[in-house]
Design a binder for this molecule. Structure first.
Ligand code: UT7
Length: 322
């Protein structure tokens, strides 16, 4: 019998049916496929249908994660949804997911840490499980970011997409050293103005649209993410060379490449899925991870390093043995 570990028991994701290629984006704003691919690595994004909400994306991803885990909703103690684009100001998107999945016990709530939401969520799951407050948690990252972009601002609207990813995190004492090994969370509220939405319930009474100083966010991302990777590894017995796969937030391929280079990682140690779905904020890491699980790139026993940075600024990393 080993120590209690928070293990990923199942994973799933969901992307809305409608795909918008860069060529279509060029009919909306003054841009080109060439510019978007070269500057960001994005080739297409998925757009939620009219009447399709963040909760709908979250429900699909959750069901896929439960199926992958071979579990029913009755085994879930808690649902946490990380999102910047909730269906409504209140209640949480998580309680809508709870009702739709038929969960009639436990607790459900949202967390807001922008693009770092899923990594923050993993840290919360680890803490809740180890403190005995919950044993089996459904953690979802879900977003409809295309609803909060300024479709006249070519510097931001080309970057974002809609999607959801979910994991079932379960406390197990027979996992040996599998599961969450360490997490490290950071934020710096002084950096608010480089990435924010210019609205909110308490300010304008509207959702607002994403405003970003792209170059500054890029610079901070490379520095902060490299730093937090070093710091989270210090909490473990692993070194950079032990990492089988880096699963970064999919915001910009050039950021991913710069961080990987700084960390001395080879191309095959880094997961890049941004071309297919753009920046899906809190959904980005579980979406990418699900793709890699399904195509066999992630195998049992692999050491994974997850990282993300977003508005806040917030950032964080997690070392996980699959
Ligand atoms: O998930 C949260 C974290 N977010 C991020 O990590 C995003 C971080 N930032 C970035 O990914 C990059 O800064 C961008 C992709 C947003 C922009 O790339 P960049 O290389 O920093 O370009 P830039 O903003 O310096 O713009 C270069 C040029 C400008 O024209 P001038 O002033 O040189 O004539 C822009 O007006 O590119 C122009 N531009 C565009 N051109 C065609 C900006 N957006 C576009 C566009 N199409 N969509």
């Amino acid at each position: 019998m080993s120590d209690l570990r928070a293990v990923i028991a199942g994973i799933g994701s969901y992307l809305p049916e409608r795909i918008m290629l860069n060529a279509e984006m060029a009919t909306i704003v003054d841009t080109s496929d060439e510019w978007i691919v070269e500057r960001s690595g994005i080739r297409q994004r998925h757009i939620a249908a009219e009447g399709e909400y963040t909760s709908d994306l979250a429900i699909h991803a959750s069901q896929n994660a439960l199926d992958h885990a071979g579990m029913s909703i009755d085994e879930i103690d808690m649902i946490i949804v990380a999102t910047t684009t909730p269906d409504e100001t209140m209640p949480s998107t998580a309680v809508k997911v709870q009702a739709a999945l038929g969960m009639v016990r436990g607790a459900a709530f949202d967390i807001q840490a922008a693009c770092s939401g899923f990594v923050y969520g993993l840290s919360i799951c680890d803490s809740f499980i180890k403190s005995g407050q919950a044993n089996t948690i459904l953690l979802v990252g879900a977003e409809t970011l295309t609803r909060v972009v300024d479709w006249k601002d070519r510097a931001t609207c080309v970057l974002f997409g809609d999607g959801a990813g979910a994991v079932v995190v379960q406390g197990r004492t027979d996992a040996d050293d599998r599961g969450i090994v360490a997490t490290e969370l950071r934020s710096d509220g002084r950096q608010h103005d480089i990435l924010y939405a210019n609205g909110g319930p308490s300010t304008t009474g509207t959702a607002g649209a994403i405003q970003m100083k792209g170059k500054e966010v890029f610079r901070q991302a490379v520095t902060n993410l490299s730093g937090v990777i070093v710091d989270v590894l210090k909490k473990t017995d692993y070194e950079q060379a032990d990492i089988d796969l880096l699963i970064p937030h999919q915001a910009n391929k050039r950021i991913i490449d710069s961080v990987a280079k700084k960390m001395g990682m080879r191309g095959d140690q880094v997961l890049v899925t941004i071309a297919d779905h753009g920046n899906t904020s809190a959904a980005s890491v579980p979406l990418a991870m699900d793709q890699a699980v399904r195509d066999g790139r992630i195998k049992e026993g692999d050491i994974l390093l997850l990282e993300a940075m977003g508005a806040g600024l917030t950032w964080g990393a997690c070392v996980l043995k699959w």
